[in-house]
Design a protein around this ligand. Sequence first.
Ligand SMILES: [Zn+2]
Length: 470
Amino acid sequence: MSSPAVTYARQNQPRFLDELKALLRIPSVSTLPENKGDCRRTAEALASELTCIGMENARLIETEGHPLVYADWLHAQAKPGAPADRSSSAGWKPTALFYGHYDVQPTDPLEEWLSPPFEPVVRDGNLYARGAADDKGQVWAQIKALESLMASNGKLPLNVRLLFEGDEEVGGEGIAQFVASKPPELKADFALISDTELFAPGLPTLCVGLRGMIYTELEVHGARSDLHSGMYGGAAPNPFMALAQMLARLKDEDGRILIPGFYDDIIPPSPEELQAWRSLPFDEEQYRISEVGSRTLVGEPGYSVLERTWARPTLDVHGIPGGFTGAGAKTVIPAKALAKVSMRLVPGMKPAKIFALYKAYAEKIAPAGVDVEVRLISAGDPCLIPVDNRYIQAATRALKEVWGRETVFIRSGGSVPIVGDFARHLGIPSVMMGFGLPDDNIHAPNEKFHLRNFELGIESIMRFLEEAGR
Ligand SMILES: [Zn+2]
């Protein structure tokens, strides 16, 4: 692949890297109050860079958390100012909504870093720093792709809006509210999200499916107040025992969830998708040893690990706070017990319906003597992006050209809430094109970004915009 924009990007690569290092030196840890000013400084640096490279209307949008960064460039229409109409205007160009986040995770345990997290250094072809891959390096790849196109062509092949957030690592409330208000600034045809990773080094990857989830609290009440187990044990109900009995009835030993109706609406992956997953470079035993580190893997028999984590729902208990947890002994029968329980949902499943089924079942299986309260803490829809979508197709062509290999379509067992927000409120599909690697140590000590992926990421985004704007 060669074009004036690619030549420009390659010639300016050392400067791009220096600029990224400067961005990484700002400790924009969103969860720490002492870094509030650093988060704003990062947002301001991004906004001024966007103006510098020729984007317009660059500004910060205030939220209850850290500010959003917005900018646009909307001059790719055949007739400037004409309303976009796909059917009648031959010169119609789509509008891409770029998304990334500038906040980073905390750095602890600090002593495990081989070099300080906010002093970026290159070792063995990798750039080490907190935020290198998640997500400042990928945000910078987006911006440098736009710069290269603007500098070499004087224009972009399609219309572009950019929206960067600073609260991704702490829940993204601000951006969720902004997107839900359907502001005119976000009118677009598709989103480009660069916050994911390749399935394996050198293997161009698009993530096209995400699990949804419901996060709940299950609270069990027994006696009116805490009681002495010597005086009342044997007569008073014990909420922890009741809770344990209930939890044991949510999921059987084979990992099958026992809530009636739980599996009814699942849309299974197609035979072609399953076939494609089987050809991915993935070794379950290697995964068990290097990633999980347990004696054996668990879960529903008859499904591969990729199926179990990408395309099957699951249920987990995260914590059981309450009662006596101090040193030594205290013979108390607690008045109440609580469990944090979440369920990951797959396409077809509706969070509200699953919560209702779960609540009804929990109330039914509550042992004698206790009352149950089931609370919903948060909910998110699963999502699946059809691979025949024109923007996914354009991305597939672009990646093949830049990486020299067929693109693989994967799913993720986790959630990227912004994808659901874009689909629900803006009605647009997301192209999750990211350039991290599985061993980039995101959220951990020694986070890195492979420099070759930074370079090819810039070229992939440029090529994708050209394909999508065709
Ligand atoms: Zn991220």
